[in-house]
Design a protein around this ligand. Sequence first.
Ligand code: NAD
Ligand code: UDP
Length: 311
Amino acid sequence: MVKKNRNLITGGSGFLGSHLSKRLLEKGEEVICLDNFFTGTKKNIQDLIKHQNFEIIRHDITEPIQLEVDKIWHLACPASPIHYQLNPIKTAKTSFMGTYNMLGLAKRTSAKFLLASTSEVYGDPEEHPQKESYRGSVNTIGVRSCYDEGKRISETLCADYQRVHGVDIRIMRIFNTYGPNMRFDDGRVISNFIVQALKGNKISIYGDGSQTRSFCYVDDLINGMILLMDSNYINPVNIGNPNEFSIIELANIVKELINPNLDFQYKKLPKDDPKQRKPSIQLAKHLLNWEPKVELRNGLIKTINWFKKNM
Ligand code: NAD
Ligand code: UDP
């Protein structure tokens, strides 16, 4: 029998995990989706369930688990501010205990291990754009800290498992990503704006909307993720789209694509909301020969069409 690549995807039923699962199955590989369904949904993976190379395990990664796998794609962690702040202690526990348990599994099975880290490790950055060498400006005791510091300790655990036990790690710093399979109630900006606009509601702008983000379409992101896993590079790599937009600019594009008559509703800026964010992707370009291809407008059209069909 031909040996298949056995992939464990923690958080496999979430937004990014469901896309990664699909792509690895298309490559003929085996996928074990491990999830506690906190923010993930079975709907995201309903088309994959019948696939002979796909398995689902309901499990919370704060508890250890014994499996035999070749690669671990460690994505499990709520990613939207409203979700990770709902139970911040659990978010910190998922980041620390969850990553510790999954690294233990990688050590025992000699599996390659990729951590889905985040641009949030840079906090509210004073360096712009953010390079991997920037050490960040994170509030250790703020409302976002459970996630930001959680991801920073996850990176630290990875680096120590590499140094102490030789685990073959990858650290991917993901910048804001969007696309089909985001929850309608996800709370992140693109899904919020699309859902509001499709319902004919006002678009909620937090603060004055001058803060910036750089949005990557999910297909580009998954390409980068697979290239990084296949590389031999053990230090952090930014993966994101460097085209930067203010939140007002984003709102205007969504408005124009869905309903030009919509109004904005200004709301209080959440605490510690980073003022600017844009990845430097020089390292990913050089190392992986990767760069994003999907322009914001085109990615939004695909995402809007998906929301229209699935809402
Ligand atoms: P998501 O919330 O859609 O997916 C997270 C998944 O992890 C969900 O399926 C959830 O049920 C699962 N999960 C959470 N806690 C768990 C636990 N204790 N045990 C088992 N499963 C658990 O988020 P996403 O956007 O798909 O993000 C995936 C990963 O990528 C996260 O680690 C996130 O921090 C990282 N990331 C995402 C973005 C982005 O823009 N999407 C940006 C930066 C980093
Ligand atoms: N945001 C907004 N309206 C919304 C949701 C978010 O103006 O309905 C803003 C939010 O304040 C932040 C940016 O959009 O400045 C991105 O927010 P998101 O929650 O998507 O991601 P993150 O802050 O984690 O980058």
